[in-house]
Write a protein that binds this ligand. Structure first.
Ligand SMILES: NC(=O)c1ccc[n+]([C@@H]2O[C@H](COP(=O)([O-])OP(=O)(O)OC[C@H]3O[C@@H](n4cnc5c(N)ncnc54)[C@H](OP(=O)(O)O)[C@@H]3O)[C@@H](O)[C@H]2O)c1
Length: 332
């Protein structure tokens, strides 16, 4: 496994991070443990979770990804870099979401309880909250770090200009600075190359990208006229979350691109999931890629992505074939 410094910090993390977004809804605890074991056996020391996981959660399942992760980490907490996120909707009250001081201080304590640990290594704002002043959020996060509940802080799903403003305020106010961003990034969604990645490189912010296989579309397992009843793109199993994924990727253009990518992958003799992960990691702005799986076997082709050699000509061709997905109107 390769390691890389997280932004400008002294913290070294594995270039692959294991995601827990399926744990507790699609994936039961025994299989979740297998996923974590498989990743750890391959040298992954970085775990990503969030208070509102699993994706597609029924109300009683909210928080179960953190609980499962916490049970797996028992007796081995110190061997892993653990990141979680807060700020997503977690309860019925208006203050059970967002990045107010009240919510963040409640949310971190609830996450620590579920994870059964005294601290997380990385605490991230799950999504931007334009209703809370940036200074209030920055002060609450600074308190979280100073009180020892988190070692570092980061953002997820932030536009570049908002992250630039936030770190500017943190610098002016001499508060703990965001060290990482967690954006969506894959061969079918490249908007972040225009502004977020240049900002991250200039400001020494680490980038931990999610959704490397576009929810599974980049495995080539789906056809345009399929109507999945199970898995990420299914409304039956995943509810609104499944509908959101269909809205993001289920279009003629994406299916046509996947066909092109599949034939390039077969010509290169590399499975498309492996190539998709390797392509992301070749970008110097990227620190780690978060892998997702609902079953442990699914990690077989992605865990080798960090060590996969890819000819420069193949990488250039991948760039060329997917260049239209750099545009802001290429996806939501
Ligand atoms: N910050 C955020 O807002 C955010 C958002 C999303 C995810 N994340 C994090 O990033 C992690 C990874 O993201 P992601 O799950 O969207 O990644 P992804 O790699 O784009 O999608 C993973 C899904 O692809 C399918 N898949 C993977 N390997 C496969 C294989 N070999 N064969 C067939 N299908 C395969 C599975 O779908 P099925 O489940 O249908 O089997 C799996 O759950 C999550 O676990 C979470 O920790 C963060």
């Amino acid at each position: 496994m390769q390691f890389k410094q997280l932004g400008r910090t002294g913290l070294s993390v594995s270039r692959l991070c294991v995601g827990t977004g399926t744990f507790g809804h699609q994936t039961r605890e025994d299989e979740a443990f297998k996923i974590l074991d498989t990743a750890a056996d391959a040298g992954v020391n970085f775990i990503d979770t969030a208070d509102i996981y699993p994706g597609g959660a029924l109300p009683h399942e909210l928080g179960s990804s953190e609980e499962i992760t916490g049970r797996w980490l028992k007796d081995k907490r110190s061997r892993f870099i653990l990141g979680t996120k807060g700020g997503g909707p977690i309860g019925p009250s208006p203050w059970d979401r967002g990045t107010s001081r009240k919510h963040l201080l409640d949310a971190i304590d609830a996450s620590l309880r579920r994870l059964n640990t005294d601290y997380v290594d990385l605490y991230q704002i799950h999504m931007d909250d334009s209703t809370t002043p940036l200074d209030e959020t920055a002060e609450a996060l600074d308190l979280i770090v100073r009180s020892g509940r988190a070692r570092y802080i980061g953002v997820s799903n932030f536009l570049a200009y908002r992250l630039a403003r936030a770190i500017g305020r943190q610098d002016v106010l001499r508060l703990t600075r965001f060290v990482s961003a967690q954006p969506r990034y894959n061969l079918l969604f490249r908007e972040i190359e225009r502004e977020l990645l240049p900002l991250a490189q200039e400001e020494g912010v680490g980038v931990i990208s999610f959704n490397p296989l576009a929810g599974g579309l980049l495995t080539g397992r789906y056809r345009r006229d399929d109507d999945p009843t199970q898995g990420r793109f299914s409304q039956t199993e995943m509810g609104q979350f499944g509908a959101m994924y269909k809205d993001r990727y289920w279009r003629d253009r994406e299916f046509a691109t996947v066909e092109q990518l599949l034939s390039m992958a077969s010509e290169a003799g590399i499975p498309l999931p492996t190539l998709s992960v390797a392509w992301i990691l070749k970008n110097p702005a990227i620190t780690s890629v978060i892998l997702g799986a609902s079953r442990s076997e699914q990690l077989r082709d992605t865990l080798v992505g960090a060590d996969q050699e890819v000819q420069p000509a193949v990488l250039s061709k991948l760039d060329e074939v997917t260049s239209e997905y750099r545009r802001g109107d290429a996806g939501r």
